[in-house]
Ligand binder design. Sequence first.
Ligand code: SF4
Length: 478
Amino acid sequence: MVLIIDSHPYRYEAEALCRMFLRGRELKIFEGADIPEDDFIYTFVSDSDISVRVKIDGKDLSAKAEKTENPAQKLEYLLYELLSQITGITPKWGTLTGIRPVKLALSMMDKGLSAEEVREKFKKERLVSDEKLDLLLSTAEHERAIRAFSKPESVSMYISIPFCPSRCSYCSFTSHAIEKAAKLIPQYVDLLCEELRDTAKLMDELGLHLETVYMGGGTPTVLTPEQMDWVLSTARSSFDFGSVRELTVEAGRPDTITPEKLEVMKRNGVGRISINPQTMDDGVLERIGRKHTAKDVVDAFYMARSFGFDNINMDLISGLPGDDFDKFRKTIDSVLELDPENITLHTLTVKRSADLVNDAQNMLSRTVDEMNEHAFRCFDEAGYYPYYLYRQKGTVEALENTGFCKPGKEGIYNVFIMDETHTILATGAGGVTKMKDPHGPKIERIFNFKFPYEYIDRFDLMNERKEQVRDFYERYPL
Ligand code: SF4
């Protein structure tokens, strides 16, 4: 399939929109006015008009509209209309392609629009379905309450442990299977603690207050109890934890959770943990390369409860290879039986780096949509509500990832990061510090080295970059 961009700068928007309809078909992009013989999507923007022509599988449709104040949005609208007529696909998020639809809605509300006005606008101008508008506005209401916690001096911190016991086949994060990277961990932990101490000093000098802390990965619980204790106790002794509302550790894989590690977490004030089944079907777990069973999840969950953890999140994924509606339904039932405080439902994302591209393309998209609808209904009936959501490129059916919680049990860090409410200081390999103007929308980033061996070899150089945080707050003071 060829996408032709003729005389306009909206290539990114046109491409993102078209990809929602092509379901894995290759898309080549050309700039110019030449129209090929074969299937194509042609886009043209003149001083006065926007034109689109789509030819796919013998069907050939065109549309034209007057150029509006927001030509990119109009172009997306025309593309959506023609592509849905030709393919029969009607993505429920309409022409919205960004990863933060809630942030977009909240920014409109901040400018004075009511929730109903946002609903009308998204429905009419962006073709968003009622189902997704309900989800969006309900989530926005909860996100708005959480982001009100943040003050100009608030920041959150991410601690990266980019190691995993083995690699899941759907994973596209930079994580390193422990068999290959284990020898790096002791030195990595040493340097991470040094980075934590340096970050704490910098924060102190700048008058910043820590709001939430998230230790993620990877799988932080691949560390030994001693290594975990070292990282967590260094964080606690270096930062002023008086202002910290939430300390989360993504325990992740149940096969890495032990009584010793739970004791270390409890002793160091960890209030929220994740135990992530992804699915409760043993066949699907095996197929995706997770080396644990559904029973291991249940055992780890009750073990965590016995240590007093009363805020547990469980991640699930719809659309996994080998899964089907019936197995998914059983997964939802099993997780609800455990009654965790948070459930995060992800829709499988197919990225080039994952090993599953072919499997996922074979998955019936309609089924994934039905799985999500079913899960949403069950969560609602069980007393959960959606409190944050985001979309990722390449998600099956262009769907979303949604965090659900029991009343008052929102994962606060998740809201701050998705809303880009305040600065996130990232430590460890692969961490990206995102500095946010305390009084405006300006955001700048500092990238830590991605791989643990680079992080170790070039630690001093990387750590020097953190001085940019000081420079940022001089330009954008509290
Ligand atoms: S546990 Fe998470 S980060 Fe680790 S390999 Fe699996 S999906 Fe990737």
